[in-house]
Design a protein around this ligand. Structure first.
Ligand code: PEP
Ligand code: MN
Length: 351
C-alpha cells in the first residue's frame, strides 16, 4: 500500500508512520515527490492495521498498489528514476541517452584499454566487459576473473568511463564493487533471487538484463527484489528473448520499452548486440531502440572482432561503433533526446 502524506506533514509525522508500519512487519520506502511525500509499505500484510495508519497525523490517505510489482511501479513513484552511473557523473533515465560500449569479455589489458579510449572518443559514457563470463559450455573462455576487473578499473580510470561488469555469484557483489561502477546481472541470472538480494544490499547501481524467456512482469518483479533489498538504482536492459526464430540469436523485443515505461519509473536500455547476434544488425537495431524510447544502449565493441574469445559474430569494430554513434545521434535528436554530455568530450588529463 501507499501511505500518502499531506503537503503540510512534518518530518516527525513521517518518521512516526515509518516506525508504525515497520512494527507491523512491512518494509518501507520513502519517496519524496515534487509536491508530497509517500511511504510505500510492502510485504506480508496480515498484521497490518490500516486504520491505525490512517489515524496518524500528517496522513492524507492510503492507496492500495494494484500492480504485482510495487516499488518498481509508477503507482508508487510517478517521476522517472534517473540513475547516476558514478557519483555526480553520467546518468541514465533523463533526457540524455547513455551509450555503453566495450567487448563481450575482457581478454587482455591492452584490449580493454584500447577499446576504452576508442569508444570514449566516439562519445560513450560507459565501458562494458565481462571478467566472469556465464558461458553455455564449460569448455568456452570463462573470463580473466579478478585480473580482468583490475584491467577494467584501470581503463575506466584512464578514460573517465563508468565501468559495467557482470556478477555471477553473491560473493562477486562485494568484490566487483571494489572495481566497477555498475554491477550487471545477466539474462541467465535474472531470477537468481539470492543474487538479486545481494545486489540490492550493496550501493552500486545495477544493470538488470531481461531473462531470455522472462515476461515483463517477471522482469519487473526481479527488479523489485533489488529495490526491496535497499538499492533503488536499477537500470533495466532488454537484450532479446528466445523465440522460434533462429535467424537472429535472439528476438529484440522493442515493444517492451514503451510497455515498461507505462507501468514503471525505472530506466530501460537496449542491448542490440545480444538482441540480434549479428554485427550488421546492431546499427539498425540501435536506431530502432532509441526511436522506441530506450534510455540508452549497451553495445559490444572489440578491436579485432574476428579474433574475439566470445561472441565474435556480434562485436563491432571501433570504427563501426563510431559510425553508429553518428547515426544514433541523429535519431536521438529526432525523438527529442540527446547523447550524454560526455559525447565527444575530452578525456581526463593523465596524472
Ligand atoms: C553480456 O552482456 O555479456 C551477456 C552475457 O549478456 P546476457 O546476459 O544478456 O546474455
Ligand atoms: Mn557477449
Amino acid at each position: 500500500m501507499i501511505v500518502v502524506m499531506t503537503p503540510e506533514s512534518t518530518e516527525a509525522q513521517l518518521n512516526h508512520v515509518v516506525q508504525l508500519v515497520t512494527e507491523m512487519g512491512l518494509t518501507t520506502h520513502i519517496i519524496r515527490g515534487t509536491d508530497r511525500t509517500v511511504v510505500a509499505a510492502v510485504g506480508d500484510k496480515r498484521n497490518t492495521d490500516k486504520t491505525a495508519i490512517e489515524n496518524c497525523g500528517g496522513v492524507e490517505k492510503i492507496v492500495p498498489i494494484l500492480a504485482p510489482f510495487k516499488v518498481a511501479s509508477k503507482e508508487v513513484k510517478q517521476e522517472k528514476t534517473i540513475v547516476e552511473l558514478t557519483p555526480g557523473g553520467a546518468t541514465v533515465g533523463g533526457k540524455e541517452l547513455a551509450i555503453i560500449g566495450g567487448p563481450c569479455a575482457v581478454e587482455s589489458r591492452q584490449q580493454i584499454i584500447d577499446v576504452a579510449h576508442a569508444i570514449k572518443a566516439s562519445g560513450a559514457v560507459g565501458l562494458r566487459g565481462g571478467a566472469f563470463k556465464p558461458r553455455t559450455s564449460p569448455y568456452s573462455f570463462q573470463g580473466l576473473a579478478e585480473k580482468g576487473l583490475e584491467y577494467l578499473a584501470e581503463a575506466g580510470q584512464a578514460t573517465g568511463l563508468a565501468v559495467f561488469t557482470e556478477v555471477l555469484t553473491m560473493e562477486h557483489c562485494k568484490m566487483v564493487g571494489n572495481y566497477a561502477d555498475v554491477l550487471q546481472i545477466g539474462a541467465r541470472n535474472m531470477q537468481n533471487f539470492m543474487l538479486l538480494n545481494a545486489a540490492g544490499q550493496q550501493s552500486k547501481p545495477v544493470l538488470l538484463k531481461r531473462g531470455m524467456s522472462a515476461t515483463m512482469e517477471e522482469f519487473l518483479l526481479a527488479a523489485e527484489y533489488i529495490i526491496n533489498a535497499g538499492n533503488p538504482n536499477v537500470i533495466l536492459c532488454e537484450r532479446g528473448v528466445r523465440t522460434f526464430e533462429q535467424y537472429c540469436r535472439n528476438s529484440l523485443n522493442l515493444s517492451i520499452i514503451p510497455a515498461i515505461q507505462r507501468v514503471s519509473h525505472l530506466p530501460i536500455i537496449a542491448d542490440p548486440s545480444h538482441g540480434t547476434g549479428h554485427a550488421y544488425m546492431v546499427e539498425p537495431a540501435s536506431k530502432a531502440a532509441i526511436a522506441a524510447g530506450a534510455d540508452g544502449l549497451i553495445i559490444e565493441v572489440h578491436p579485432d572482432p574476428e579474433r574475439a574469445c566470445s561472441d565474435a559474430g556480434q562485436q563491432l569494430t571501433p570504427a563501426a561503433f563510431d559510425e553508429l554513434m553518428q547515426k544514433v545521434k541523429r535519431v536521438a535528436n529526432a525523438v527529442d533526446r540527446q547523447l550524454e554530455a560526455g559525447h565527444k568530450q575530452a578525456e581526463p588529463a593523465p596524472n
